[in-house]
Design a binder for this molecule. Structure first.
Ligand SMILES: Cc1cc2nc3c(=O)[nH]c(=O)nc-3n(C[C@H](O)[C@H](O)[C@H](O)COP(=O)(O)O)c2cc1C
Length: 176
């Protein structure tokens, strides 16, 4: 791989997820690897989203999202939701989905899902860090294996986004 920094960051092991968002009748979904468990009581999870994504405007106003955990054989779904914008195509029109408790779209053929209400949405560099309280969820395929982010290669095009080294990086101000 040309960019060693991308190679390094792909060692942060994570799965691949389809994040569903909803506000009224508006719905969209996008692929995200940057998803993490945060707190047990209350049950909180976090995701990182580029605010330029079509999904962010819907997430910001609707304040709900779903996390659909993809199975190892769902690389095509990662590509479908992760390489085209909801501004250009209705990504949900060609797949099976249902509205969860919050209204966010759930994919019935995923490994598992989480249905969440946004509790925090803060700036984090060139992304937004969105924390959600999990209000519903289920394992849909108990024997299924998850799709690992490293297995998707450069599907997200991130190799061109990383700096090439650690020198000369801007100083980040700490928030209290
Ligand atoms: C494997 C993979 C992982 C991705 N992870 C993230 C992520 O964690 N956060 C993010 O903001 N975008 C991520 N993306 C990019 C978005 O899914 C992609 O830009 C999508 O087209 C945005 O859709 P939207 O404009 O309809 O919201 C990822 C894409 C792929 C293929």
């Amino acid at each position: 791989m040309a960019n060693g920094m991308a190679d390094l960051f792909r060692r942060l092991t994570t799965g691949v997820h389809v994040i569903g968002v909803a506000h009224g009748n508006l719905r969209n979904a996008f692929t995200a690897s940057s998803v993490s468990m945060v707190s047990y009581r209350p049950l909180l999870v976090a995701l990182s989203i580029n605010p330029e994504h079509a999904s962010y405007a819907i997430l910001k106003s609707g304040r709900v999202f779903s996390i659909n955990v993809l199975r190892a054989d769902q690389q095509a779904s990662a590509e479908h939701f992760g390489t085209q914008s909801g501004r250009a195509v209705d990504k949900l029109s060609s797949v099976q989905w249902r509205a969860g408790r919050t209204g966010a779209p759930l994919l019935p053929d995923a490994l598992a899902y989480f249905d969440c209400q946004t509790v925090t949405d803060i700036e984090a560099g060139d992304h937004r860090l969105v924390v959600g309280q999990v209000v519903d969820g289920a394992v849909l395929d108990p024997d299924g294996q998850p799709l690992l982010y490293a297995a998707t290669g450069n599907l997200d095009g991130s190799a061109d986004l990383y700096p090439t080294d650690f020198r000369g990086l801007e100083q980040v101000r700490c928030r209290p």
